[in-house]
Design a protein around this ligand. Structure first.
Ligand SMILES: C[S@@+](CC[C@H](N)C(=O)[O-])C[C@H]1O[C@@H](n2cnc3c(N)ncnc32)[C@H](O)[C@@H]1O
Length: 276
């Protein structure tokens, strides 16, 4: 299929319907790894480009460290929350566009950043687009923040609810132990576009100094906060409203019966590379 004929996954376009829930419910990224990115990139006055910035979960962490940042986000409602979240940071600017249509002009950047959205970009074009957007020596930083359920029994019971309501994926779909012990372990054996980017980047040949890093912490969500996070997730947004509400209500009742929440492992997995 040519990139012009690419059929956009409808789940890529549903975030804005719940931009506020996304912003309150979704977890952020480990600040320790944001520091790693900035040390690796050593921006030296150049601007960082963040593609698919959403409501600014990663952007704010970079802005707080004084990075000059151009955030690009295709969904106008997500971009509105992003503007609000970065309003106190004059070095941050926002443009509304998808990566593939974005008018870069002759601008080039010291860092290309994408947090939990590499898999939404056109697999046939994304390395070319990243390469073109970077200055020689510019850095690539791709982040994910997968979650896993710590308690295997709760994990199994939640899985049963999801199957009944046809929820295709969720943050509790994976047992914490299954994420393995290194960045990207969860994607082993998967074909792109959802796989860990290392093999594809190496094969591309235009990047060097590839690194994978992981930070992990245990987090407890009370029922309300956890349901708010689920509401923001694309696989729940695409369900018919009534089905979604019933799935969320039953999930809430189970969590309340199991002590009022859910204990999860919160990982930040980071992939770094540098344009030759
Ligand atoms: C899971 S959210 C991540 C948002 C944010 N980076 C974060 O970490 O919270 C995925 C984001 O990718 C954006 N997106 C989807 N397709 C895109 C594309 N082709 N180009 C740029 N962004 C895209 C969505 O609008 C959404 O904001």
């Amino acid at each position: 299929m040519s990139s012009e004929e690419r059929v956009q996954d409808p789940r890529a376009l549903v975030f804005g319907q719940a931009a506020e829930e996304y912003d309150t419910g979704r977890p952020g990224y480990a600040p320790e790894l944001v520091d790693e990115v900035l040390a690796y990139a050593s921006l030296d006055g150049t601007t960082a480009l963040e593609m698919g910035a959403g409501t600014g979960k990663a952007s704010v962490l970079f802005a707080e460290r004084n990075a000059r940042l151009l955030c690009v986000e295709p969904d106008p409602q997500m971009a509105e929350v992003l503007r609000r979240n970065t309003a106190g940071h004059p070095r941050v600017s926002v443009e509304v566009s998808g990566f593939e249509e974005w008018q870069r002009g002759d601008r080039r950047f010291g860092l290309f950043l994408a947090a939990t959205c590499w898999h939404w970009f056109d697999p046939a074009r994304r390395w070319d687009l990243v390469h073109a957007a970077l200055l020689p020596g510019g850095a690539v930083a791709l982040l994910w923040n997968p979650h896993g359920v710590l308690d295997p029994d709760l994990h199994a019971e939640l899985g049963e609810i999801d199957r009944r309501y046809g929820v295709p994926s969720s943050p509790h779909a994976t047992l914490a132990a299954d994420y393995g012990d290194r960045a990207g372990h969860w994607a082993d054996g998967e074909e792109d576009p959802s796989g860990w980017p290392q093999a594809q980047c190496r094969q591309d040949g235009r990047f060097t100094a590839l690194r994978s890093l992981r930070h992990g912490a245990q987090v407890h969500y009370d029922t309300e906060r956890y349901l708010s996070m689920l509401t923001s997730i694309s696989s729940y947004r695409v369900l018919p409203a009534e089905q979604r509400e019933r799935a969320l209500a039953e999930t809430g009742r189970l969590l309340d019966a199991r002590g009022g929440g859910i204990g999860m492992l919160h990982l930040t997995d980071l992939f770094l590379a540098r344009r030759r």
